[in-house]
Write a protein that binds this ligand. Structure first.
Ligand code: SF4
Ligand code: SF4
Length: 173
């Protein structure tokens, strides 16, 4: 169970997040391979309800592991919106904070995110990139299309790991 975690407990959980995900990876991969054959709408319904359930129990402000360890992809619209919010020109924002990765997408130069505060608040929250708003994508439809991404996200996001764990209980294959 992913009980509502105290800040200290969350920190301990995060230290072991990658290892916990790695330990469960083989079983989760096997489960996802079988799950891919299930009707998409049944999977979508189950994941949507688990997303609601788990995110009522976890406080992202006590975690912020996504903002600390990985970068969102920045599309042109994201750059324009955040630049406007910061009163910068889009080119200035790009030059200061971003670079192109091997897939040709703009990502942060470094992690943690430069807009993440020590209190885990995002200083550009209203203008944050779409990828930040949608992370970890556990409330999206056609969930069967993002099983590999979800498996990857279990190494970063404790809520995703918990959703995948509970999914196996309510939707055995
Ligand atoms: S822009 Fe905000 S939400 Fe996105 S990674 Fe940075 S701190 Fe997190
Ligand atoms: S989305 Fe996941 S990794 Fe990001 S802050 Fe919330 S629980 Fe942590």
């Amino acid at each position: 169970m992913f009980e509502s975690l105290s800040f200290a407990a969350m920190k301990i959980e995060l230290e072991h997040q990658k290892q916990r995900a790695k330990d469960a990876k083989k079983a989760n991969k096997k489960y996802f391979a079988k799950l891919a054959k299930r009707p998409p709408r049944i999977l979508d319904r189950a994941v949507a309800s688990l997303h609601e359930e788990v995110f009522q129990e976890v406080d992202c402000l006590e975690c912020a592991n996504c903002c600390k360890t990985t970068s969102p992809i920045w599309r042109d619209k994201d750059i324009e919106r955040a630049a406007g919010f910061l009163k910068l020109r889009p080119a200035e924002l790009t030059e200061k904070y971003l670079h192109l990765d091997e897939d040709g997408d703009y990502v942060f130069n470094s992690a943690p995110c430069p807009f993440l505060g020590e209190d885990n608040y995002c200083s550009i929250y209203e203008a944050r990139p779409k990828a930040c708003r949608e992370y970890p994508h556990t409330d999206r439809k056609q969930f069967h299309q993002i099983l590999s991404l979800t498996l990857k996200n279990t190494e970063i996001c404790p809520a995703t790991l918990e959703i995948v764990k509970r999914l196996q209980q309510i939707l055995p294959v």
